[in-house]
Design a protein around this ligand. Structure first.
Ligand SMILES: NC(=O)c1ccc[n+]([C@@H]2O[C@H](COP(=O)([O-])OP(=O)(O)OC[C@H]3O[C@@H](n4cnc5c(N)ncnc54)[C@H](OP(=O)(O)O)[C@@H]3O)[C@@H](O)[C@H]2O)c1
Length: 290
């Protein structure tokens, strides 16, 4: 990629780059010539990424960014603008899953889930937009990493599902507002991906309590989601979809990633609500829970 005029090197920022999708996406973008700010809330976790970037002489820089912390987001964006003067690609990727039957979750736990998965995107995007909108910036693409659960609800992750449904609505709506400024908004909808996602998920004590009326339900759903993750799609596939979306002149609005995601979304589209609920009940083996 060149460095002048419309061909000047594009600047990208990726949130949640310490592992999984964010990690491999940061590497792929840098390897493809984007000047990439790989951001992480805990910079100590990025030593591996740093050493690969150094060994391969990649245009990749690590930067501290906690999506739940306004001043951290502000500092990171200011630093990028002072160093590079532009931001062409924002990948809102940071996120985690809160597991537990709805009644076993506290309002604070649900708020914390939204604070990262939804308001994290809101916060970073609001800081980046004035820069992307500026004429000198050249171009802008915002990639929001949603999920198949942005369309399809599973039990026992209601708070997570709610954040991803909210993210889908936000993305659809702002896409109209940003189009006149030449800024594209894209949704990535992965199925089960082999990352730290399951290990990093939050499972509050109450949700695990064998005395919980939902105990059997939670065990069954955790088991099913856990076994889906054993045959998971590699995070590199998500990174490739992100690259395809941001380098296309006419990208799709949504990219499903993984056979499971494509199949699930297609099935959902072809069934009535009731038929689909019955299918999920069967797939998660929830028929005989009293
Ligand atoms: N894996 C899947 O099956 C799957 C499927 C569909 C969608 N997704 C979505 O893909 C995205 C990435 O997940 P992943 O699968 O790559 O899981 P992952 O390996 O657990 O990565 C999640 C990343 O988000 C970061 N993060 C969490 N809270 C943060 C915060 N407050 N500020 C900044 N970074 C934060 C984590 O940082 P730490 O290392 O510091 O925790 C980590 O870098 C998420 O939005 C997830 O919902 C995943």
């Amino acid at each position: 990629m060149g460095t002048s005029g419309t061909n000047r090197q594009k600047v990208a920022i990726v949130t949640g780059s310490s592992s999984g999708i964010g990690y491999v996406t940061s590497l792929l973008l840098a390897r493809k010539g984007f000047y990439t700010y790989a951001s992480a809330r805990n910079i100590d976790k990025t030593a591996g990424l740093q050493s690969i970037a150094y060994a391969e002489r990649l245009p990749l820089k690590l930067i501290q960014l906690d999506v739940t912390d306004d001043s951290s987001v502000n500092d990171a964006v200011e630093k990028i603008v002072s160093e590079k003067g532009r931001i062409n690609v924002l990948v809102n990727n940071a996120g985690y899953a809160l597991f537990g039957a709805f009644e076993d979750l506290s309002v604070d736990e649900i708020k914390a889930q939204f604070e990262t998965n939804f308001f994290g995107v809101v916060r970073v995007t609001r800081h980046v937009l004035p820069i992307m909108r500026a004429k000198y910036n050249g171009s802008g693409v915002i990639v929001n990493v949603s999920s198949v659960n942005g369309h399809v609800a599973f039990p026992v992750i209601s708070a997570y599902v709610a954040t991803k449904f909210a993210l889908e609505g936000l993305s659809e709506s702002i896409a109209y507002e940003l189009e006149p400024f030449g800024i594209k908004v894209i949704l990535i909808e992965p199925g089960a991906i082999g990352s730290n996602f399951m290990k990093g998920s939050v499972l509050p004590k109450r949700a695990l309590d064998p005395e919980s009326p939902y105990s059997e339900f939670v065990q069954k759903v955790r088991h099913k989601i856990g076994s889906d993750h054993e045959n998971a799609t590699q995070p590199e596939e998500v990174a490739k979809a992100i690259l395809k979306a941001i380098t296309s002149d006419n990208p799709d609005f949504r990219y499903a990633v993984g056979k499971d995601a494509a199949m699930m979304l297609e099935t959902r589209g072809s069934m009535s609500d009731r038929e689909f609920q019955d299918l999920i009940t069967q797939q998660f083996n929830l028929q005989n829970i009293s």
